[in-house]
Design a protein around this ligand. Structure first.
Ligand SMILES: C[S@@+](CC[C@H](N)C(=O)[O-])C[C@H]1O[C@@H](n2cnc3c(N)ncnc32)[C@H](O)[C@@H]1O
Length: 258
């Protein structure tokens, strides 16, 4: 695990986000995840060689002291099939509550099924909603998380602003997301892997070129982890840290609501 220097190199207002605002319409993203929902978990585990489980676990561990509070309330936005949601619920106390929110019905249905089979169903509630307009009051949650989805939203800053709004003062805002590795050799392997192998296997598994073909494009457009730290700062979050996992393939950002 590597900690990245999160000191803003430019003013927080100079956000490198222009391209992201045009990245995707919510409807297209929703349709894409509806298509891949049945194979999503299997493909994730295969394509990451099962390391994805470690990434979710590690993200939850960054604020385990908050999760372990007797009545903690945590929101996992863009929860998809509920992998991070479940990891958070495992670390919570029996009286703690984790809410998973997503706007894709097929992903939520897969999450519902999986959570019902788990031992943590009583701690979890699933809600349909949009990350850009969260259906919760200000200052509601001890922590708000987003797993592998900040890359998919129309505006990173709008979603972070919403995450900050619904977090309590002192609460954590956490994102775990694919990042840009620094080591030249790893960068080359990563490029070939995401630009060629992932779309190939994705097409094989789903029978469609679109969904996994879009992944490399979303990665190219997603800012470097240092830039993501600046967007966290611009959203009004403090004490921002970024940890790199697996050689910088994944970045975990943690900010505190002042
Ligand atoms: C790559 S999946 C990640 C799922 C899960 N967090 C994980 O770590 O596996 C992205 C998810 O974000 C959801 N999503 C994307 N944009 C959203 C938005 N604006 N509001 C709610 N959900 C959104 C998609 O429906 C999809 O389920």
């Amino acid at each position: 695990m590597t900690e990245v220097d999160s000191t803003p190199a430019t003013s927080p207002g100079a956000r490198p986000e222009g391209a992201l605002d045009e990245q995707s319409s919510a409807a297209a993203v929703q349709a894409m995840f509806n298509t891949i929902a049945p194979r999503y978990d299997l493909l994730n585990h295969i394509l990451s060689c099962n390391v994805d489980r470690y990434w979710w676990w590690r993200a939850a561990r960054t604020f385990r002291h908050i999760l372990a509070r007797p009545q903690s309330r945590v929101l996992d936005i863009c929860c998809g099939t509920g992998e991070l949601t479940l990891e958070l619920a495992k670390a919570a106390c029996p009286a703690g509550r984790v809410i998973g929110l997503d706007f894709c019905p097929a992903m939520l249905a897969a999450a519902k099924e999986k959570i019902a089979r788990s031992a943590y169903g009583a701690r979890i509630e699933l809600v349909a909603g949009n990350a850009a307009a969260l259906p919760f009051d200000d200052n509601t949650f001890d922590a708000v998380t987003i797993g592998f989805a900040l890359r998919n939203v129309d505006s990173i800053s709008a979603v972070l602003a919403e995450m900050r709004r619904v977090a309590k003062p002192g609460g954590r805002v956490v994102s775990v997301e694919l990042a840009k590795p620094g080591l030249p050799v790893l960068r080359q392997v990563y490029k070939i892997y995401f630009e060629r192998l992932v779309p190939f296997f994705g097409r094989l598994a789903t029978g469609k070129a679109g969904p996994y073909g879009w992944l490399p494009e979303s990665l190219r457009r997603y800012p470097h982890q240092r830039e993501v730290s600046k967007i966290f700062a611009a959203a009004g979050l403090a004490s921002i840290r970024c940890f790199e996992l697996t050689g910088g393939i994944v970045g975990v950002h943690v900010g505190v609501k002042p």
